[in-house]
Design a protein around this ligand. Structure first.
Ligand code: CTP
Length: 399
């Protein structure tokens, strides 16, 4: 799985740095190209000469070459890499990463990379268990950083506990599994996201509070795992940069409906996360309404995109939707699963703190058509997207 992969290894100042020599050798043997960036302190534990020899590349540590003044470009390095693995990672570097501090080349590289980042911590057990370290780990997980858990055993301090860096073989295996998963979802996936705006006149509309964050996180995660994603987005402030995502911007429910119905037949799956307005004004005024006393706007129902896609879905396609409820959550979600012919539904309740519109977090329950039901804890929308895409992948595997 590592053949031809571009891997940056970041090394920080820990006694476990000697194990990174072996990790480098394992990755090179499996066909990866490895570039190493070290913090100044890491050089006290293992020499750049050893690592340059094993990696067959110059080891980077300083911002520029002292002899001729040329810069080591962390930006170029960040664009080149498929994954950035920091092993060993000290409590100090974790803390700096969590706070965006960039006082060495490893940290500027962390802030520049566009690829996934994985960290293998190494530290004394009390440092690892400390609230500050755990808080930094949670922050980084919410930022999308992955962790290879340290193991328990004898530590350099002589103490026994959790804090030993994972063995090089385990890190190499993690990377191999990562690339296997990353490229496993070779499917075409349609995603709807954000609100819809239903025009009243040229300056006013009926809308809702959806920001599109959940749908965009799902699109990003599916694209990261190799899917070709078509993202139909209502009016949102979010950007998409992933090359696997084709974005189609729409305003109204009718526009979203027309694009979705046209494209769905060529898709392997659809995830409908848009908060589609249920009604739209019967009449759209061409000029600004000037009425000051009272105004009655007659509404007509919008098409139900989910129901329509559910009715044309073949047995080779998977369709999933959302239910955002305030009460009788499970009964409403089950009703929508049936009515819209979903294979699974993601339920979130506005009664849960931190869940729903605008938040960066969400707390969901995923219910599958086969009756399987899983409650997830409150986590970042990026992590919720991972759970949703994993379930989608398992549904696609079953057909
Ligand atoms: N949905 C859709 N088109 C609509 C309305 C909803 O595609 N016109 C999709 C949403 O994207 C979501 C699911 O259907 O995946 C449920 O949305 P929700 O608004 O909760 O459902 P409604 O059918 O509108 O039910 P409610 O009576 O609760 O508003």
């Amino acid at each position: 799985m590592l053949q031809g992969k571009h891997i940056i290894i970041g090394i920080t100042g820990s006694i476990a740095a000697y194990k990174t020599a072996l990790l480098t050798r394992l990755l090179i043997k499996q066909g990866a190209t490895v570039k190493i960036v070290m913090t100044p302190l890491a050089k006290e534990f293992i020499t750049p000469v050893t690592l340059a020899t094993l990696s067959k590349n110059t080891v980077l540590s300083d911002f520029f070459h002292h002899d001729d003044g040329t810069w080591n470009s962390h930006v170029d390095l960040g664009i080149w890499a498929d994954v950035f693995v920091i092993a060993p990672c000290t409590a100090n570097t974790l803390a700096k990463m969590a706070n965006g501090i960039a006082d060495n080349l490893l940290l500027t590289t962390y802030l520049s990379v566009r690829c996934p980042v994985v960290v293998a911590p190494a530290m004394d057990m009390d440092m690892f268990a400390h609230k500050a370290t755990q808080r930094n780990i949670t922050t980084l997980k919410n930022d999308g950083v992955s962790f290879i858990e340290p193991t328990s055993g004898e530590l350099a301090s002589g103490l026994d506990g959790k804090g030993r860096m994972a063995e090089p073989e385990a890190i190499a295996q993690w990377l191999s599994d990562f690339f296997e998963t990353k490229e496993s979802l070779k499917k075409k996936i349609l995603i709807t996201a954000g609100p819809t705006y239903e025009a009243i006149d040229p300056v006013r509309f009926i809308g809702n509070y959806s920001t599109g964050k959940m749908g965009f996180a799902i699109a990003e995660e599916a694209a990261n795992r190799g899917a070709q994603v078509t993202l139909i987005a209502g009016p949102v402030q979010l950007k998409t940069t992933h090359p696997n995502i084709t974005r189609i911007d729409v305003k109204s429910a009718q526009e979203m409906h027309d694009v979705a119905v046209k494209l769905f037949p060529e898709m392997d799956a659809g995830i409908l996360s848009a908060a589609v307005a249920d009604f739209t004004p019967e009449t759209k005024y061409d000029i600004k309404i000037k009425e000051k006393q009272s105004l009655t706007i007659h509404l007509k129902p919008n098409p139900d995109i989910a129901q329509k896609l559910g009715s044309i879905k073949t047995n080779k396609q998977i369709l999933a939707g959302f239910a955002l409820e305030t009460n009788d959550e499970m009964a409403h979600a089950m009703g929508k699963l049936e009515r819209k012919n979903f294979d699974f539904i993601v339920l979130n309740s506005l009664a849960d703190k931190g869940a729903g519109f605008g938040y960066d977090t969400n707390k969901v329950t995923i219910i599958q058509r086969n009756g399987e039901k899983k409650d997830f804890e409150l986590k970042s929308k990026k992590e919720v997207a991972k759970d949703i895409i994993s379930i989608l992948a398992s549904c696609l595997d079953r057909i």
